[in-house]
Design a protein around this ligand. Structure first.
Ligand SMILES: NC(=O)c1ccc[n+]([C@@H]2O[C@H](COP(=O)([O-])OP(=O)(O)OC[C@H]3O[C@@H](n4cnc5c(N)ncnc54)[C@H](O)[C@@H]3O)[C@@H](O)[C@H]2O)c1
Length: 364
């Protein structure tokens, strides 16, 4: 089952192809490369698994490559400078197409390098983690980190195409798979309650990577992400709803030290905390809050913050987050499952109750 959907922002439009064995389809990839030069950016671990496969599919093109080290700590402006240096040294012009082969880290760095190389060249995203397939490769947000903050330098640079080969998920570490599933649950929670019940019914197949079920899930999540991005390319409005779970999640990530929690794990807990807060504010029923928590647990994800973080620490970290606005901390909350909203006026005493709840989150 191979599918194609489009992101259409009004000023750019591009396809997302989803299916099995896409990396073995030279004609498909070639459709999105206008000239002969291709510059592949990947990392050492992913290149070992998939670079040869991609190169075989690019037979006839002039291919150069740059492999970065593996990990978030390479997501720096220095790596972008190294990529630009390698592109200049190998004579790349504005006609070159960059291909990002990797997870969200590679996609964000390669996308940013493509956005700035000679004021912008085309980029094709070939995401290899579930998180990148359902989230970071779609929507054109690219960035690198600064020592003072994550994703603090970046650009909106939409890809020419996103090619999602679900077969690559077979080599993904299980913990990374689960982290990606948290973003999938997020899509259902913010936009589609039926999708949430489908996820619950199919949890076992999804965790065991049943191919057709995974493909359907990636498609449904990409439909939600592309719909939101098409409506709001530069995050001026509705796109902010994709940050469900992030205000709490970022605080957990920051306080625990980056790398201790995977982003998706922190988002999973963040969603449960957002559901708890929504219920305390009378927006969501406790029953629905508990349903979301049980879904997070069904996918073997954490559903409460680490016990060593105090409510005060979480509160301070959230107020420092870049999603804090002049009025206060900005939350994405739930009016109902599948119906998210932005809220900037949460009374601090109610917020404290959520922060104090620990394992009793969503118990009502
Ligand atoms: N641009 C956006 O809209 C957006 C959205 C969400 C997250 N992000 C960014 O994405 C990044 C996280 O991405 P991620 O979760 O994909 O992590 P990642 O890119 O670090 O990949 C996780 C690990 O899996 C390995 N890996 C990747 N594909 C594999 C495969 N098929 N088989 C085996 N191993 C594989 C990687 O080498 C790495 O060790 C963060 O930097 C985050 O800021 C960006």
């Amino acid at each position: 089952m191979n599918s194609c959907l489009r992101v259409d922002t009004g000023h750019v439009s591009y396809p997302i192809h989803i299916g099995s064995a896409l990396l073995q389809q030279p004609q498909l990839i070639a459709t999105y490369i206008q000239h002969s030069a291709v510059f592949v950016v990947s990392n050492l671990a992913i290149a070992e698994l998939y670079l040869d496969r991609l190169k075989s599919a690019l037979d006839g093109f002039v291919i150069d490559e740059f492999l970065i080290g593996d990990g978030e700590h390479y997501k720096t402006i220095q790596t972008v400078e190294d990529i630009v240096g390698a592109m200049l040294a190998s004579g790349q012009t504005r006609e070159t197409t960059v291909i990002a082969l990797g997870g969200g880290v590679v996609g964000d760095i390669a996308g940013f390098a493509a956005a700035v190389y000679q004021r912008g060249v085309k980029v094709i995203q070939i995401p290899t983690t579930l998180l990148a397939q359902v989230d970071s490769s779609v929507g054109g947000k690219t960035a690198v980190n600064h020592t003072l903050g994550k994703n603090m330098m970046g650009a909106f640079h939409q890809p020419s195409a996103v090619l999602i080969d679900v077969d690559v998920l077979n080599s993904l570490p299980r913990r990374e798979l689960r982290a990606g599933l948290a973003e999938v649950i997020k899509h259902g929670a913010l936009a589609d309650a039926d999708y949430l019940s489908w996820l619950k019914t199919n949890a076992k197949e999804l965790l065991s990577l049943h191919k057709n079920t995974i493909t359907e899930m990636v498609l449904r999540s990409c439909e939600i992400k592309s719909r939101v991005v098409s409506e709001d390319e530069k995050e001026a409005g509705v796109r902010a709803l994709l940050n469900l779970g992030h205000t709490f999640g970022h605080a957990i990530e920051t306080l625990s030290g980056y790398g201790v929690w995977l982003h998706g794990e922190a988002v999973a807990v963040g969603m449960v905390m957002a559901a708890d807060l929504s219920a305390r504010l009378g927006k969501l029923t406790w029953e629905d809050a508990r349903y979301l928590k049980s879904l997070v647990e069904a996918f073997e994800l954490p559903s409460s913050p680490p016990g060593n973080l105090t409510p005060e620490q979480l509160l301070v970290a959230m107020a420092r987050d870049k999603k804090a606005t002049a009025k206060g901390i900005r939350f994405v909350l739930l009016n109902a499952l599948g119906d998210a909203c932005l809220e900037e006026d949460v009374p601090v005493e109610i917020l404290r109750r959520t922060l104090q709840a620990g394992e009793t989150l969503c118990c009502g």
